[in-house]
Design a protein around this ligand. Structure first.
Ligand SMILES: [Mg+2]
Ligand SMILES: [Zn+2]
Length: 230
């Protein structure tokens, strides 16, 4: 019997907007990410290095940044999806190559601060942001600052099948190791090009019926197993 775990990207997936991008656009300038992105593609910068360069240009107080991030919202059905799993004693986690500063504040406002999230770390002293990367190097992955595949593999090692929801470049590697994928945006294009099956989705509301069915199937087969064991 498959026991399922929910693994969700944050920016553009659990949150409707890419909050990390919005921070960079608003405080480092609209061209800032574009410049480092080109350097990443040329192999001159890693994601971690790019974050260090970009956040070096940002000056903002914690209270102002908090005000800014709280203008964004979670997908209204994300909490419902999480509770589908947690109510059955199944894990749900967020994996993000963004930062805890905004993830935690948005989760807390939705009553989800208890939800495990694996991300990079951002703190602010005065008006100087400092980024750090607690999970960097956990896998020998040079592309990611926080490699999502590492966290997915830990759940898999505990015997869970993985349902993955994501939208971006940093979801590619982990999503390919999931058992069931809901993809939008870039990730959907990537899966389509590779010919890997996935469910297209725009909002968590699109995924909820599938997730509900998946978990009740799992429950039904558990009941059958329990009967045959009698
Ligand atoms: Mg994303
Ligand atoms: Zn990686």
């Amino acid at each position: 019997m498959a026991k399922w775990a929910l693994v969700s990207d944050f920016d553009g997936t659990a949150s409707l907007t890419d909050v990390g991008d919005a921070i960079v656009q608003n405080y480092a300038g609209p061209g800032a990410w574009h410049e480092v992105d080109a350097a990443i593609r040329r192999g001159e910068l890693t994601t971690k290095g790019a974050y260090e360069v970009v956040y070096n240009r940002i000056r903002v107080s914690a209270s102002e940044l908090e005000r800014f991030v709280l203008t964004f919202t979670l997908d209204p059905d994300f909490p419902t999806a999480v509770r589908l799993f947690s109510a059955r004693g199944l894990p749900a986690i967020i994996v993000s190559d963004g930062f805890d500063f905004y993830i935690d504040r948005l989760l807390a406002r939705a009553g989800l601060i208890w939800l495990p999230r694996y991300s990079n770390h951002l703190e602010i002293a005065g008006n100087v942001p400092k980024v750090s990367f607690p999970h960097h190097g956990a896998l020998a992955c040079r592309r990611c600052a926080n490699c999502k595949t590492y966290h997915l593999k830990k759940l898999r090692a505990q015997g869970y099948s993985i349902v993955y929801l994501g939208d971006g470049h940093t979801d590619r590697c982990a999503a390919q190791r999931a058992d069931l994928v809901f993809a939008k945006g870039y990730l959907a294009q990537f899966f389509e090009k590779k010919g890997i099956p996935f469910y297209p989705f725009q909002r968590y509301a699109d995924a909820l019926p599938h997730l509900t069915a998946l978990l009740s199937e799992a429950k039904a087969s558990e009941a059958v197993c329990a009967q045959t064991n009698d």
